[in-house]
Design a protein around this ligand. Structure first.
Ligand SMILES: [Fe+2]
Length: 376
């Protein structure tokens, strides 16, 4: 019986020790501004999530080589890590409860999806666990939104959305070209890009050479994400403007489709040290209002300005999802509440795209996506 209890405690400590660093990454990291120190800390926490269980098992085993024949080892180890384990358990229980409750139906919106896989070329780098890894299984999502009182001249307005290219070794320019071709085939009236262009500066040319093929009659608009501030916000701004795209940053514009006005805003405040500047948001409730943000963490702040749609990326859908459970790690202060998909608060909709690229290059049950929003 002692052995059974010890093994149970050890197992519990290992699970807690594995998941706690992931929870820290998940819950706290969105509050920290990006820096090399943060990247180092992130890698360290991921390593810890593996090292802690291995160390616990080794410490328990090395007591007497019988993996715990007495209560001497495991309870001590367990008590050391119990508070951490309980923190994780509380978060996870609330997440699972939310997940099981399911998403409420949003009657004014419908989503259809099809997969358009990228065909790997011989020169592409190999990918980790190719049978399971979904990094090239690009989904095309069509989101139709019915808006009460929408100006009839704007019915059928098509908005193309691209986000989180993370251009690098695996999410390379051929894959981005595939995404660009797909969005152009949808003939959007305007295109919005919500940040995280490259993982490293050396991929800037590849990224912006591909993006040069984007075109839309009402223009192409962008906001920057946390990785862009890390790589160099000014450099990304220069590249965006060199292509004739509009960097929205923290601005609101009135656009027109055949002389019918609508509002497009952007926000990047989360990545700046200044207090949020929300004065520019339009309060005219008679106009269609769309907001580009990099992260869904901005949504609760934006809801107060009654946008019809906030569209963003950043979470990558969690990248690694498990059946019935969903994503484990989502870089958001709201955990996995806004991991991906459509949400509604008050009169505002939020769409969180899983993005095109990923970081690191592995996705499980979580395809990348491009999104086309049609307002009707
Ligand atoms: Fe991202």
């Amino acid at each position: 019986m002692d052995l059974f209890i010890n093994i149970l405690l050890l197992f519990s400590a290992c699970v807690g020790g594995f998941l706690l660093p992931l929870t820290v990454v998940n819950r706290l990291f969105s509050w920290l501004s990006d820096s090399k120190f943060k990247a180092f800390l992130e890698v360290l926490l991921y390593l810890l999530s593996f090292i802690i269980p291995v160390w616990l098992c080794w410490a328990a085993y090395s007591q007497d080589r019988t993996i715990l024949s007495s209560l001497s080892a495991a309870p001590v180890l367990f008590l050391g890590i119990a508070p951490l384990w309980m923190t994780f358990a509380a978060y996870t229980c609330s997440d699972i409860f939310t997940h099981l409750k399911g998403k409420p139906v949003i009657p004014e919106a419908s989503i259809s999806q099809s997969t358009c896989p990228y065909q790997m070329r011989p020169e592409d780098p190999g990918i980790f666990m190719p049978a399971m890894n979904r990094i090239y299984q690009l989904d095309r999502t069509l989101l139709r939104i019915e808006i009460d009182g929408l100006n009839p001249g704007l019915r059928g307005l098509r908005f193309g959305h691209l986000t989180d290219f993370h251009l690098g070794k695996h999410c390379h320019r051929s894959f981005l070209k595939h995404a660009v071709d797909l969005i152009m085939a949808e003939k959007p009236d305007l295109i919005g890009i919500t940040g995280d262009f490259v993982n490293f500066r050396k991929y800037m040319d590849d990224c912006f050479d591909d993006l040069a093929e984007l075109a839309a009659p009402l223009g192409i608009y962008a906001v920057r994400g946390n990785h862009d501030y890390w790589v160099g916000a000014d450099l990304i701004e220069q590249r965006i403007e060199a292509l004739g795209f509009v960097l929205l940053d923290d601005k609101t514009l009135e656009l027109h489709k055949d002389n019918h006005p609508f509002i497009l805003s952007g926000t990047e405040q989360r990545w700046k040290k200044d207090p949020p500047d929300v004065d520019h948001f339009c309060s005219d409730s008679s106009l269609l209002k769309i907001v580009l943000a990099h992260t869904p963490d901005d949504f609760p702040l934006l809801v107060g300005h009654n946008p019809h749609l906030v569209i963003c990326g950043h979470t990558h859908g969690g990248q690694v999802c498990f059946p019935f459970f969903g994503p484990v790690v989502v870089p958001s202060v709201y955990g996995r509440r806004y991991a991906s998909g459509l949400f509604k608060e008050k009169e505002s909709l939020l769409y969180v795209s899983r993005g095109i690229g990923c970081y690191p290059p592995f996705r499980m049950l979580c395809n990348p996506e491009i999104t086309i929003v049609e307002f009707v």
